[in-house]
Design a protein around this ligand. Sequence first.
Ligand code: 13P
Ligand code: SF4
Length: 310
Amino acid sequence: CDKIAPMINEINRLKKETNTVILAHSYVNPEIVYGVSDYTGDSYQLSRNALESGADNILFVAVKFMAETAKILNPEKNVYVPAALNGCSLADSITGANVRKLKQDNPDYTFVCYINTTADVKAQCDVCVTSGNVYNIIEDLPTDKIFFVPDKLMGLNIIDEMKRRGVEKDIKLWDGVCYVHEEYDPDMIDYIRGEFDGVKVLAHPECSPGVLHHSDFVGSTAQLLKFMETSAADDFLMLTECGLSARLQVEMPEKNFVGSCSVCKYMKANTLENVLECLKNPKAHNEIHLTQEDIDGSRRCIDAMFHYAE
Ligand code: 13P
Ligand code: SF4
Protein backbone atom coordinates (compact mmCIF):
# COMPACT_ATOMS: atom_id res chain seq x y z
CA CYS A 1 0.00 0.00 0.00
CA ASP A 2 2.93 2.37 0.82
CA LYS A 3 4.22 1.85 -2.71
CA ILE A 4 0.89 2.37 -4.53
CA ALA A 5 0.35 6.14 -4.09
CA PRO A 6 3.90 7.15 -5.21
CA MET A 7 3.60 4.85 -8.24
CA ILE A 8 0.23 6.33 -9.19
CA ASN A 9 1.65 9.86 -8.84
CA GLU A 10 4.70 8.98 -10.93
CA ILE A 11 2.56 7.40 -13.68
CA ASN A 12 0.27 10.43 -13.81
CA ARG A 13 3.29 12.78 -14.00
CA LEU A 14 4.92 10.77 -16.82
CA LYS A 15 1.62 10.51 -18.65
CA LYS A 16 1.44 14.31 -18.95
CA GLU A 17 5.15 14.69 -19.70
CA THR A 18 5.00 12.16 -22.57
CA ASN A 19 1.53 13.17 -23.87
CA THR A 20 0.18 9.65 -23.30
CA VAL A 21 -3.46 8.64 -22.88
CA ILE A 22 -4.18 5.53 -20.77
CA LEU A 23 -7.10 3.31 -21.81
CA ALA A 24 -8.01 0.47 -19.43
CA HIS A 25 -10.47 -2.37 -19.83
CA SER A 26 -12.89 -2.90 -16.89
CA TYR A 27 -11.25 -6.29 -16.19
CA VAL A 28 -7.87 -4.86 -15.12
CA ASN A 29 -6.82 -4.24 -11.52
CA PRO A 30 -8.80 -1.45 -9.74
CA GLU A 31 -5.69 0.60 -8.85
CA ILE A 32 -5.14 1.04 -12.61
CA VAL A 33 -8.80 1.82 -13.36
CA TYR A 34 -9.15 4.36 -10.55
CA GLY A 35 -5.56 5.56 -10.19
CA VAL A 36 -4.22 6.19 -13.67
CA SER A 37 -6.64 5.47 -16.52
CA ASP A 38 -8.19 8.26 -18.61
CA TYR A 39 -10.89 6.00 -20.02
CA THR A 40 -12.30 2.68 -18.80
CA GLY A 41 -14.89 0.69 -20.69
CA ASP A 42 -15.72 -2.23 -22.94
CA SER A 43 -14.00 -3.08 -26.23
CA TYR A 44 -16.37 -0.93 -28.28
CA GLN A 45 -16.15 2.19 -26.10
CA LEU A 46 -12.37 1.89 -25.85
CA SER A 47 -12.01 1.59 -29.62
CA ARG A 48 -14.07 4.80 -29.97
CA ASN A 49 -11.93 6.49 -27.28
CA ALA A 50 -8.77 5.42 -29.15
CA LEU A 51 -10.12 6.99 -32.33
CA GLU A 52 -10.96 10.28 -30.63
CA SER A 53 -7.85 10.65 -28.47
CA GLY A 54 -5.60 13.63 -29.24
CA ALA A 55 -2.47 12.23 -27.47
CA ASP A 56 0.75 11.19 -29.28
CA ASN A 57 1.00 7.91 -27.37
CA ILE A 58 -1.61 5.37 -26.29
CA LEU A 59 -0.96 3.01 -23.40
CA PHE A 60 -3.63 0.31 -23.63
CA VAL A 61 -3.91 -1.54 -20.33
CA ALA A 62 -5.67 -4.71 -21.47
CA VAL A 63 -4.63 -7.43 -23.95
CA LYS A 64 -2.76 -7.26 -27.24
CA PHE A 65 -5.70 -7.51 -29.66
CA MET A 66 -7.28 -4.42 -28.02
CA ALA A 67 -4.02 -2.46 -28.34
CA GLU A 68 -3.83 -3.58 -31.98
CA THR A 69 -7.31 -2.12 -32.53
CA ALA A 70 -6.05 1.22 -31.17
CA LYS A 71 -3.05 1.05 -33.54
CA ILE A 72 -5.28 0.22 -36.53
CA LEU A 73 -7.37 3.31 -35.74
CA ASN A 74 -4.28 5.48 -35.04
CA PRO A 75 -1.43 4.19 -37.22
CA GLU A 76 0.57 7.41 -36.75
CA LYS A 77 0.61 7.04 -32.95
CA ASN A 78 2.79 4.86 -30.74
CA VAL A 79 0.64 2.24 -29.02
CA TYR A 80 1.86 0.18 -26.07
CA VAL A 81 0.52 -2.66 -23.91
CA PRO A 82 2.20 -3.04 -20.47
CA ALA A 83 2.01 -6.80 -19.75
CA ALA A 84 4.23 -9.36 -21.48
CA LEU A 85 1.51 -12.01 -21.00
CA ASN A 86 -0.97 -10.21 -23.24
CA GLY A 87 -2.78 -12.98 -25.17
CA CYS A 88 -6.42 -14.03 -25.19
CA SER A 89 -7.68 -17.60 -25.63
CA LEU A 90 -10.10 -16.41 -28.34
CA ALA A 91 -7.69 -14.20 -30.31
CA ASP A 92 -4.99 -16.90 -30.11
CA SER A 93 -7.30 -19.63 -31.49
CA ILE A 94 -7.22 -18.46 -35.13
CA THR A 95 -4.81 -16.89 -37.63
CA GLY A 96 -5.20 -14.93 -40.86
CA ALA A 97 -4.01 -18.04 -42.75
CA ASN A 98 -6.85 -20.07 -41.14
CA VAL A 99 -9.40 -17.52 -42.37
CA ARG A 100 -7.91 -17.45 -45.88
CA LYS A 101 -8.41 -21.23 -46.07
CA LEU A 102 -11.99 -21.00 -44.68
CA LYS A 103 -12.79 -18.37 -47.32
CA GLN A 104 -11.53 -20.65 -50.10
CA ASP A 105 -13.72 -23.47 -48.77
CA ASN A 106 -16.77 -21.22 -48.18
CA PRO A 107 -16.78 -18.68 -51.01
CA ASP A 108 -20.46 -17.71 -50.58
CA TYR A 109 -20.12 -16.73 -46.92
CA THR A 110 -19.68 -13.30 -45.34
CA PHE A 111 -16.90 -13.46 -42.74
CA VAL A 112 -17.76 -11.82 -39.43
CA CYS A 113 -15.11 -11.66 -36.72
CA TYR A 114 -15.45 -10.85 -33.06
CA ILE A 115 -13.22 -7.94 -32.01
CA ASN A 116 -11.25 -10.49 -29.95
CA THR A 117 -9.06 -11.33 -32.97
CA THR A 118 -5.62 -10.28 -34.18
CA ALA A 119 -5.19 -7.65 -36.93
CA ASP A 120 -4.26 -10.31 -39.52
CA VAL A 121 -7.59 -12.08 -38.88
CA LYS A 122 -9.58 -8.83 -39.10
CA ALA A 123 -7.78 -8.02 -42.36
CA GLN A 124 -9.29 -11.20 -43.88
CA CYS A 125 -12.85 -10.59 -42.62
CA ASP A 126 -15.72 -8.46 -43.92
CA VAL A 127 -17.02 -6.98 -40.69
CA CYS A 128 -16.04 -6.95 -37.05
CA VAL A 129 -18.45 -7.03 -34.06
CA THR A 130 -18.18 -6.56 -30.31
CA SER A 131 -20.14 -8.17 -27.50
CA GLY A 132 -22.34 -5.05 -27.37
CA ASN A 133 -23.42 -4.96 -31.03
CA VAL A 134 -23.02 -8.55 -32.29
CA TYR A 135 -26.71 -9.52 -32.45
CA ASN A 136 -27.90 -6.31 -34.15
CA ILE A 137 -25.10 -6.30 -36.73
CA ILE A 138 -25.62 -9.96 -37.66
CA GLU A 139 -29.36 -9.35 -38.00
CA ASP A 140 -28.78 -6.27 -40.21
CA LEU A 141 -26.17 -7.80 -42.54
CA PRO A 142 -27.66 -8.07 -46.04
CA THR A 143 -26.71 -11.73 -46.39
CA ASP A 144 -28.02 -14.98 -44.94
CA LYS A 145 -24.73 -16.94 -45.11
CA ILE A 146 -22.39 -16.00 -42.29
CA PHE A 147 -19.12 -17.52 -41.07
CA PHE A 148 -18.53 -16.25 -37.53
CA VAL A 149 -15.06 -16.49 -35.92
CA PRO A 150 -13.59 -17.31 -33.46
CA ASP A 151 -15.97 -17.71 -30.47
CA LYS A 152 -18.03 -20.90 -30.75
CA LEU A 153 -20.12 -20.19 -27.64
CA MET A 154 -20.94 -16.65 -28.78
CA GLY A 155 -21.73 -18.15 -32.19
CA LEU A 156 -24.21 -20.62 -30.65
CA ASN A 157 -25.75 -17.68 -28.77
CA ILE A 158 -26.07 -15.76 -32.06
CA ILE A 159 -27.90 -18.74 -33.62
CA ASP A 160 -30.30 -18.83 -30.62
CA GLU A 161 -30.87 -15.08 -30.72
CA MET A 162 -31.57 -15.05 -34.49
CA LYS A 163 -34.15 -17.83 -33.95
CA ARG A 164 -35.71 -15.79 -31.12
CA ARG A 165 -35.89 -12.73 -33.42
CA GLY A 166 -37.34 -14.80 -36.28
CA VAL A 167 -34.33 -14.04 -38.52
CA GLU A 168 -33.27 -16.79 -40.97
CA LYS A 169 -29.46 -17.07 -41.19
CA ASP A 170 -27.18 -19.96 -42.06
CA ILE A 171 -24.31 -19.48 -39.57
CA LYS A 172 -21.06 -21.49 -39.54
CA LEU A 173 -18.64 -21.35 -36.60
CA TRP A 174 -14.97 -21.70 -35.66
CA ASP A 175 -14.29 -23.51 -32.38
CA GLY A 176 -12.49 -20.96 -30.16
CA VAL A 177 -13.62 -20.27 -26.58
CA CYS A 178 -12.88 -17.75 -23.84
CA TYR A 179 -11.38 -19.92 -21.10
CA VAL A 180 -12.75 -17.52 -18.44
CA HIS A 181 -16.41 -17.44 -19.54
CA GLU A 182 -16.44 -21.14 -20.48
CA GLU A 183 -16.10 -21.89 -16.73
CA TYR A 184 -19.62 -20.83 -15.79
CA ASP A 185 -22.38 -23.41 -15.73
CA PRO A 186 -26.19 -23.34 -15.36
CA ASP A 187 -26.19 -25.51 -12.19
CA MET A 188 -24.30 -22.80 -10.36
CA ILE A 189 -27.01 -20.30 -11.36
CA ASP A 190 -29.77 -22.59 -10.05
CA TYR A 191 -27.89 -23.01 -6.76
CA ILE A 192 -27.47 -19.24 -6.33
CA ARG A 193 -31.15 -18.61 -7.15
CA GLY A 194 -32.07 -21.07 -4.38
CA GLU A 195 -29.86 -19.21 -1.89
CA PHE A 196 -30.70 -15.59 -2.80
CA ASP A 197 -34.34 -14.82 -3.47
CA GLY A 198 -34.74 -12.17 -6.22
CA VAL A 199 -31.09 -12.32 -7.32
CA LYS A 200 -30.49 -10.91 -10.83
CA VAL A 201 -28.18 -13.02 -13.01
CA LEU A 202 -26.17 -11.04 -15.58
CA ALA A 203 -24.07 -12.82 -18.21
CA HIS A 204 -21.58 -11.93 -20.94
CA PRO A 205 -22.34 -13.40 -24.40
CA GLU A 206 -19.04 -15.36 -24.30
CA CYS A 207 -20.75 -17.74 -21.79
CA SER A 208 -22.44 -20.92 -23.03
CA PRO A 209 -26.04 -20.98 -24.32
CA GLY A 210 -27.09 -22.97 -21.20
CA VAL A 211 -25.83 -20.14 -18.98
CA LEU A 212 -27.53 -17.47 -21.09
CA HIS A 213 -30.86 -19.36 -20.98
CA HIS A 214 -30.70 -19.26 -17.17
CA SER A 215 -29.75 -15.55 -16.99
CA ASP A 216 -31.90 -12.41 -16.61
CA PHE A 217 -29.80 -10.13 -18.81
CA VAL A 218 -27.03 -10.61 -21.39
CA GLY A 219 -24.64 -7.90 -22.56
CA SER A 220 -21.15 -6.48 -22.96
CA THR A 221 -19.32 -5.34 -19.85
CA ALA A 222 -20.65 -1.78 -20.41
CA GLN A 223 -24.22 -3.02 -20.96
CA LEU A 224 -24.08 -5.11 -17.75
CA LEU A 225 -22.99 -1.98 -15.86
CA LYS A 226 -25.89 0.04 -17.34
CA PHE A 227 -28.38 -2.69 -16.45
CA MET A 228 -27.20 -2.63 -12.83
CA GLU A 229 -27.47 1.16 -12.58
CA THR A 230 -31.19 1.01 -13.31
CA SER A 231 -32.06 -2.26 -11.54
CA ALA A 232 -33.94 -2.15 -8.23
CA ALA A 233 -32.57 -5.58 -7.16
CA ASP A 234 -30.16 -5.88 -4.21
CA ASP A 235 -28.30 -9.07 -5.16
CA PHE A 236 -26.44 -9.75 -8.41
CA LEU A 237 -24.58 -12.72 -9.84
CA MET A 238 -22.16 -11.43 -12.50
CA LEU A 239 -21.08 -14.09 -15.00
CA THR A 240 -18.06 -12.37 -16.45
CA GLU A 241 -14.45 -11.69 -15.43
CA CYS A 242 -14.02 -10.77 -11.72
CA GLY A 243 -12.73 -7.27 -12.54
CA LEU A 244 -16.17 -6.03 -13.54
CA SER A 245 -17.82 -6.95 -10.20
CA ALA A 246 -14.82 -5.47 -8.36
CA ARG A 247 -15.27 -2.21 -10.27
CA LEU A 248 -19.04 -2.14 -9.76
CA GLN A 249 -18.74 -2.90 -6.05
CA VAL A 250 -16.68 0.29 -5.70
CA GLU A 251 -19.10 2.34 -7.81
CA MET A 252 -22.30 0.86 -6.33
CA PRO A 253 -21.48 0.00 -2.69
CA GLU A 254 -25.18 -0.53 -1.87
CA LYS A 255 -25.38 -3.56 -4.25
CA ASN A 256 -24.51 -7.07 -3.14
CA PHE A 257 -22.44 -9.34 -5.41
CA VAL A 258 -23.03 -13.04 -4.75
CA GLY A 259 -21.41 -16.27 -5.96
CA SER A 260 -17.92 -16.57 -7.39
CA CYS A 261 -16.22 -15.32 -10.54
CA SER A 262 -13.34 -16.30 -12.86
CA VAL A 263 -10.10 -14.40 -13.47
CA CYS A 264 -8.45 -13.64 -16.83
CA LYS A 265 -4.73 -14.17 -16.32
CA TYR A 266 -3.95 -11.97 -19.33
CA MET A 267 -5.89 -8.92 -18.14
CA LYS A 268 -4.56 -9.36 -14.61
CA ALA A 269 -0.94 -9.52 -15.86
CA ASN A 270 -1.13 -5.70 -16.11
CA THR A 271 0.16 -4.04 -12.94
CA LEU A 272 1.09 -0.52 -11.81
CA GLU A 273 4.73 -1.69 -11.96
CA ASN A 274 4.62 -2.67 -15.63
CA VAL A 275 2.52 0.41 -16.54
CA LEU A 276 5.25 2.60 -14.98
CA GLU A 277 8.05 0.62 -16.61
CA CYS A 278 6.32 0.82 -19.98
CA LEU A 279 6.03 4.64 -19.72
CA LYS A 280 9.65 5.04 -18.63
CA ASN A 281 11.37 2.49 -20.77
CA PRO A 282 9.14 0.56 -23.25
CA LYS A 283 10.57 -2.80 -24.33
CA ALA A 284 10.16 -4.48 -27.70
CA HIS A 285 7.26 -6.64 -26.41
CA ASN A 286 5.35 -3.51 -25.30
CA GLU A 287 5.06 -1.71 -28.63
CA ILE A 288 2.48 -2.68 -31.25
CA HIS A 289 3.81 -3.01 -34.80
CA LEU A 290 1.54 -3.95 -37.71
CA THR A 291 2.17 -4.23 -41.45
CA GLN A 292 0.51 -1.63 -43.71
CA GLU A 293 -1.46 -4.46 -45.33
CA ASP A 294 -2.91 -5.56 -41.96
CA ILE A 295 -3.66 -1.95 -40.98
CA ASP A 296 -5.53 -1.27 -44.24
CA GLY A 297 -7.44 -4.58 -44.25
CA SER A 298 -8.43 -4.51 -40.59
CA ARG A 299 -9.40 -0.82 -40.75
CA ARG A 300 -11.90 -1.68 -43.50
CA CYS A 301 -13.32 -4.45 -41.28
CA ILE A 302 -13.60 -2.15 -38.21
CA ASP A 303 -15.07 0.70 -40.29
CA ALA A 304 -17.74 -1.73 -41.51
CA MET A 305 -18.61 -2.31 -37.83
CA PHE A 306 -18.84 1.46 -37.16
CA HIS A 307 -21.08 1.75 -40.24
CA TYR A 308 -23.53 -0.91 -38.99
CA ALA A 309 -23.30 0.08 -35.30
CA GLU A 310 -24.08 3.79 -35.72
P1 13P B 1 -16.29 -6.50 -23.74
O1 13P B 1 -16.27 -6.04 -25.14
O2 13P B 1 -17.65 -6.80 -23.25
O3 13P B 1 -15.57 -5.52 -22.89
O4 13P B 1 -15.54 -7.89 -23.64
C1 13P B 1 -14.20 -8.05 -23.93
C2 13P B 1 -13.69 -9.33 -23.45
O5 13P B 1 -12.55 -9.69 -23.66
C3 13P B 1 -14.61 -10.18 -22.73
O6 13P B 1 -13.96 -11.28 -22.27
FE1 SF4 C 1 -9.78 -13.12 -23.87
FE2 SF4 C 1 -11.47 -14.28 -22.20
FE3 SF4 C 1 -9.47 -12.81 -21.24
FE4 SF4 C 1 -11.55 -11.61 -22.50
S1 SF4 C 1 -11.60 -12.73 -20.56
S2 SF4 C 1 -9.37 -11.19 -22.79
S3 SF4 C 1 -12.02 -13.16 -24.06
S4 SF4 C 1 -9.28 -14.73 -22.40
